[in-house]
Design a protein around this ligand. Structure first.
Ligand code: GDP
Length: 215
């Protein structure tokens, strides 16, 4: 559902609209803490399994078709990519873990890089944990949630590709995701749902992110 500009959430929607019309720019790719950009801007990170729709979402948020293509460049898929939105916010695109079809453990390498990132990034306001609607939460997502719990980093689950499900399946998958979140102290109890194909949920997600950005 799209949020009306003049509705109860009109202020938040207007702030979000303004934020995401600002220039979005790739500023750094980092495979170790030494390469994390020094900035005092608030930061929101996106995490999820490979193929969960993370690059598509970064592009949709920024209104740019190929902004996140950089994260698909061979050799760069294991790095954290940082994007600056105007002078307001940093979006950090964390490397995807595992694969949508595999339920294996998250690689040690990922755990190390992300563990360091979570432990040292003082400006990090929230992690958006993307969950492919067709897969639901898998074991490697649970591992990521445990890492976030241990680091005490507040996170929010975002169900992606909702256009792939019929409305009743969408409701049921969201219910299952929310039930899972109840086991994780760092989780926001609610989950969002988006589709970059239809635009569903994007305004709500933008408002959520804008509320975390500097005023
Ligand atoms: P990443 O590996 O997490 O960065 O995932 P991508 O953004 O590359 O998306 C993986 C695949 O899912 C691509 O084929 C996208 O076109 C597709 N995809 C991403 N978001 C959506 C969505 O909202 N709806 C549908 N139907 N497909 C999507």
């Amino acid at each position: 559902m799209r949020t009306g500009r003049r509705g109860r959430t009109g202020g938040a929607a207007a702030a979000a609209e303004k934020l995401f019309t600002l220039r979005a720019q790739f500023i750094a790719g980092a495979t170790d803490a030494g390469a994390f950009p020094q900035t005092d801007l608030p930061e929101v990170a996106l995490a999820g399994r490979s193929n969960c729709g993370k690059s598509s979402l970064v592009n949709a948020l920024a209104g740019r078709k190929a902004l996140a293509r950089v994260s698909k460049t061979p050799g760069r898929t294991r790095q954290i990519n940082f994007f600056r939105i105007g002078d307001e916010l940093i979006l950090a695109d964390l490397p995807g873990y595992g694969y949508a079809k595999a339920a294996g453990s998250i690689a040690r390498e990922w755990q190390r890089l992300i563990g360091t990132y979570l432990a040292t990034r003082g400006t990090l306001r929230r992690v958006l944990l993307l969950v492919d609607a067709r897969r639901g939460i898998m074991d490697n997502d649970r591992e990521a949630m445990v890492l976030l719990d241990r680091a005490a980093i507040s996170f929010c689950a975002v169900m992606t590709k909702t256009d792939k499900l019929k409305p009743p399946e969408r409701v049921e998958t969201l219910r299952q995701i929310r039930a899972e979140l109840a086991h994780h102290p760092a989780a926001h109890p609610d989950a969002m749902a988006v589709s970059v194909l239809t635009g569903d949920g994007l305004d709500g997600l933008k408002s959520h992110i804008a509320a975390l950005a500097r005023r």
